[in-house]
Design a protein around this ligand. Structure first.
Ligand code: AHR
Length: 497
């Protein structure tokens, strides 16, 4: 059995928990929108055609923001196609996913869905095939109260109140050669800067996100961020990061340590942004919007290829997550929280059906994937301030990252809500006895300890067995000294008060 120790102390404050860490993403991709959030005719559909079962699960997941409408999709999207009477909306080829877009859902429906789900909308503008004028039109349509052609058109379309969308992404993954309208860093940086400048003329308080790299392995990683920020530094608030991880060649040990790459990604982007800021003699800090992150078996998607015959809402990127995926996912979430001083927004990609914590059957059931649980628990219990914990943990050897701690953890603390420790045991075969020094919290005890684990690390939830992998009480808690036993390959939540 492994042994580890850590100290919880409210003095070790990183930053306040940002609710926007618990954002997700809805793209017009596969079945995320159609038969995901929206399915008129489904027995659970409401008066607007939204699935109530998915709305309920979205609320239970504790989602803060939802990014929309893409993703790669946005780089060919004409937002005007998605407004007005549904019967009059055009059907278009979606080049990103080789599908047919029916436009039954557009910006007005999406914002209506957000209000019902209790989430904040976050919008991306198309800087692939379009530019400044169309971004300004969408902003005016969405946010201007009334008295102009576009704002009055929104009102005529049934949205009397402005949508009041605060966060805007200036394009998506423009560094990627797969992106429609892919650009060099200079080309994109100039366009993003001028789009941001114009959008700020409409509303200086908007929060704007410039595209960073699509992954830390992009050949332009580092130089892309530097060049884009040289052009946009004073005009944007965030630079984005995107990262997806999968188990490759049966290498479970490296996969469970995927957050090592995310940590490197974050620290490199912060260093690059601060370097640009220093050269510009600016006191402003650019934060990170980690607006796509997840476990995604991209290699399976690449092997399957895109559809050939332009289907409507085909099943695409429908990964079925197992326990090891959920534990790796929990490790990524811990890393986002540990960096809350600079990662102040994040979007799990995506919400429903497409690499998602929520799955649905068309016309049928909806259920929670394994990854649903770390997200829902962290969103529910992370409160107050993020606390730095520096565990004294045994190391294990990984093929990809070298030596990595077996224990990965973060805590949050609020004066009223108590302290919560989130911890993963990455060991594939050894339980971990974790000693917690909580003396600085003064006379607290464990009020709840849960663990997400299973003897079969590849066990999944299905529509027929939706609760195979679910958090269960962890009875292996000793009060003095405070010790909790973390099973091998497990995500754990320990609440103290
Ligand atoms: O989330 C799936 C896709 O991954 C997004 O459309 C794109 O931005 C990224 O490459």
């Amino acid at each position: 059995m492994h042994q580890a120790k850590l100290t919880l102390d409210p003095a070790f404050k990183v930053a306040p928990v940002s609710r926007r860490t618990f954002g997700t993403f809805v793209e017009h991709l596969g079945r995320c929108v159609y038969t995901g959030i929206y399915e008129p005719g489904h027995p659970a559909a409401d008066e607007d055609g939204f699935r109530r079962d998915v709305l309920d699960l979205t609320r239970e997941l504790g989602v803060s923001t939802v990014r929309y409408p893409g993703g790669n999709f946005v780089s060919g999207y004409r937002w005007e196609d998605g407004i007005g009477p549904v019967a009059d909306r055009p059907r278009r080829l979606d080049l990103a996913w080789h599908s047919t877009e029916t436009n039954e859902v557009g910006v007005d429906e999406f914002v209506r869905w957000c209000r019902k789900a209790g989430v904040e909308p976050m919008m991306a503008v198309n800087l692939g095939t379009r530019g400044i004028a169309e971004a300004l039109d969408l902003l005016e349509y969405a946010n201007h109260p009334s008295g102009t052609t576009l704002s009055d058109l929104r009102i005529a379309n049934g949205a009397k109140e402005p949508h009041d969308i605060r966060m805007w992404c200036l394009g998506n993954e423009m560094d990627g050669p797969w992106q429609t309208g892919h650009k060099t860093a200079r080309e994109y940086g100039r366009l993003a800067a001028e789009t941001a400048r114009a959008m700020r003329m409409v509303d200086p308080k908007l929060e704007l996100v410039a595209c960073g790299s699509s992954s830390s392995s992009m050949p332009t990683f580092g130089s892309w961020e530097a060049e884009v920020l040289e052009e946009t530094y004073d005009l944007v608030d965030y630079i984005s990061c995107h990262a997806y991880y999968e188990e490759k060649d049966g290498d479970l040990g490296s996969f469970l340590a995927s957050s090592t790459d995310m940590e490197y990604f974050i620290s490199s982007v912060i260093a690059t942004a601060d370097h640009v800021g220093a050269r510009l003699k600016s006191r402003k800090k650019i934060n990170i919007s980690f607006d796509e992150w997840n476990v995604w078996y991209i290699s399976r998607f690449q092997d399957a290829g895109t559809p050939q015959d332009w289907p409507v809402a085909p099943p695409l990127l429908e990964d079925h997550y197992h326990l090891a995926d959920a534990v790796t996912f929990g490790g990524l979430l811990i890393t986002l929280l540990r960096n809350s001083d600079r990662v102040t927004a994040a979007s799990l990609a995506q919400l429903v059906n497409v690499i998602a914590p929520i799955m649905t059957e068309p016309g049928g059931r909806a259920w929670r994937q394994t990854t649903f649980h770390p997200f829902a628990q962290a969103s529910r219990h992370a409160a107050g301030d993020v606390l730095r914990v520096e565990p004294d943990s045994p190391l294990y050897e990984t093929k990809v990252y070298g030596e990595v701690p077996v224990l990965h953890a973060v805590a949050t603390h609020s004066a009223t809500g108590g302290t919560t420790l989130f911890a993963v045991n990455r060991s594939a075969d050894e339980p971990l006895s974790l000693e917690i020094d909580a003396r600085a919290l003064g006379g607290v005890r464990v009020v709840e300890a849960t663990t997400l684990t299973d003897p079969d690390v590849y066990a999944r939830n299905t529509a027929d067995d939706p609760a195979r992998i679910t958090p269960r009480p962890n009875a292996d808690v000793e009060p003095d000294p405070l010790r909790v036993l973390l099973p091998p390959v497990s995500w754990n939540v320990i609440r103290l008060a």
